[in-house]
Design a protein around this ligand. Structure first.
Ligand SMILES: [Zn+2]
Length: 271
């Protein structure tokens, strides 16, 4: 069953790769309709309004994910529950989600093909190992670096779509574990039920040297773990670790897609 669901996504991914080299899709302009009595256009859709929840404003954030340009992947909202954070930690986590959203939105705005985005070029320039999940549903015979980057982006999209389709909040929780930026359970790739739940660590959240942009990279990193991607069990001093897709993706977020210029600030902790 799992394979059949995945296969649908695979088939469209593979066919997209075959035809995507000259796309010119841009997002359609929003028609500005008549204003309602509240001053907002009629038909205004509020962030994450489709979710049923009892979360207070300080316990939630709404991540808006633009359409990929394909009707298969419309614009969606992901309601994120922030669990067990102090007020100041909450601010940093919300900023990290915002920074992540900017990065993702820029990728979609640049091109209808994620392969032609700055993020993809950053991955292409920096990745040389673990380009696929350890166990992947993507067929061996179609694997190459371009397909790997396309599949990687699609897999993160699948996480967001799982939450949006099922109206299940994605949970970002806090952890007191020392020596890490964040952590997440390893999941599997394809269009499945792997959620995007992860934890961020209190110590670096409380340390001003670790910025919200650094944590935006941690979000990307942990979400790749949720889709089955891995890296060597070493650390940032190991070039192979740096060049694994999961780690490089986080670095691309943190450096706004130019990792070479980001070598300031404290050493990143394990992720
Ligand atoms: Zn990791």
């Amino acid at each position: 069953m799992q394979f059949r669901t995945s296969y649908k996504g695979l088939a469209s991914a593979i066919s997209f790769l075959a035809i995507s080299s000259c796309g010119s899709q841009v997002s359609a302009p929003q028609a500005s309709g008549p204003l309602s009595l509240t001053g907002f256009p009629q038909g205004t859709v509020w962030p994450c309004e489709g979710y049923y929840h009892a979360l207070k404003a300080e316990q939630r954030e709404c991540l808006r994910i633009p359409s990929t340009g394909s009707e298969l992947h419309p614009a969606i909202d992901v309601l994120i529950e922030l669990r067990d954070f102090s007020p100041s930690q909450t601010v940093k986590v919300k900023e990290a989600i915002y920074e992540f959203g900017l990065h993702w939105e820029a990728m979609r705005a640049e091109s209808s093909s994620p392969n032609d985005s700055s993020f993809a070029r950053c991955l292409d320039a920096n990745v040389n190992n673990r380009m696929w999940p350890t166990v992947s549903s993507f067929p061996e015979e179609h694997r190459n670096k371009r397909a790997a980057i396309f599949w990687a982006v699609l897999n993160i999209q699948y996480i967001f779509e799982y939450h949006a389709r099922n109206k299940i909040p994605l949970v970002i929780a806090g952890t007191s574990r020392e020596g890490i930026m964040g952590e997440a359970y390893s999941g599997s790739d394809g269009e499945n039920t792997a959620n995007g739940d992860l934890r961020l660590a209190y110590s670096p959240l409380d340390d001003a040297r670790y910025t919200s942009l650094m944590f935006a990279g941690t979000l990307m990193h942990e979400w790749f773990h949720r889709k089955g991607y891995d890296h060597p069990d070493t650390g940032y001093e190991d070039t192979e670790y740096l060049a694994s897709l999961t780690v490089a993706a986080g670095s691309c977020v943190r450096s706004r897609n130019v990792p070479g210029i980001m070598l300031t600030g404290p050493a990143l902790l394990d992720e």
